[in-house]
Design a protein around this ligand. Structure first.
Ligand SMILES: [Zn+2]
Length: 263
């Protein structure tokens, strides 16, 4: 049974943020890492980044359930299809961490984890992944997908949208309950941007990114039906069983269900 979910993304090899996550993870039933664990612009070579990040993933998976999808900075190999993939996440799967391409059930929640698509073949594979997973849905369906859907506030950088139009189409087709993304670091901070949005009945989330030792995070409580976003700029709350109203409620004090979780 998943009640408390911690969502992070886009650490871009910021090791103090991984350290923070190790400390925070035990307070949650599930940690979702929505891509860009590595950074292609880092001075540290990719092989070393992978070794270090895999140690963190192993550690976190020993503390709570962890699932991971790839982002555009995580692609380390060209597959047989000629497209780039996060092949290194195969080592995480061998540690029983669900990754790209996996669909799993936790209680009656179905979770589908999608890869970053670098070309049409991977995009077609994602379409088949949703098609195959759909009949397994009994309760809530949660997707983990690095790019946010197009033309939504969670894809707005402040200058333009960086969303994925294919994802928007799949959301309209399958109406998942939750779509967890990342990718557009500025969206939660930008004017007319956001960390939370709705498309039809689907809740969309993107925690964004900030520098420093504490990452931006979204905490979701499926029993209190609330989600909260935390950043250096403060905290905001949405009620999942009510229509989304803007501006989002400022969170002045931690709700009861967050009391035991590190801020
Ligand atoms: Zn990123």
């Amino acid at each position: 049974m998943i009640v408390k979910i911690l969502v992070v993304s886009d650490f871009h090899y910021a090791l103090p943020q991984f350290d923070w996550l190790v400390g925070a993870a035990p307070a949650y039933d599930l940690v979702i890492f929505a891509g860009d664990l590595l950074d292609t612009n880092s001075l540290v070579d990719p092989g070393t980044q992978i070794v270090v990040v895999m140690k963190y993933l192993k550690r976190i998976s020993e503390l709570t359930r962890l699932i991971v999808c790839s982002g555009n900075h995580d692609l380390d190999a060209i597959g047989a299809d000629g497209e780039k993939h996060a092949q290194w996440l195969g080592a995480a799967r061998r540690l029983s961490i669900p990754v790209d391409g996996d669909t799993l059930e936790i209680g009656d929640t179905l979770i589908t984890i999608c890869p970053w698509w670098d070309g049409p073949l991977t995009q077609q594979a994602i379409a088949r992944q949703f098609e195959a997973a759909a009949p397994r849905r009994k309760g809530a369906w949660l997707w983990v997908y690095h790019a946010p859907p197009s033309d939504t506030p969670i894809a707005w950088s402040g200058q333009r949208h960086f969303g994925d139009a294919a994802l928007s189409g799949w959301i309209a087709q399958y109406r998942p309950d939750f779509v967890i993304s990342g990718h557009v670091h500025e969206a939660p901070f930008a004017r007319n941007g956001s960390w939370a949005d709705r498309l039809g009945d689907s809740w969309l989330f993107n925690p964004g990114r900030q520098i420093g030792e504490t990452p931006t995070t979204i905490a979701i409580d499926t029993s209190a039906m609330e989600a909260a976003w935390f950043s250096l700029e403060g905290a905001e709350l949405v009620k999942l069983d009510a229509p989304l109203e803007r501006p989002l409620a400022q969170l002045m004090a931690l709700p009861g269900w967050m009391q035991r979780a590190p801020a």
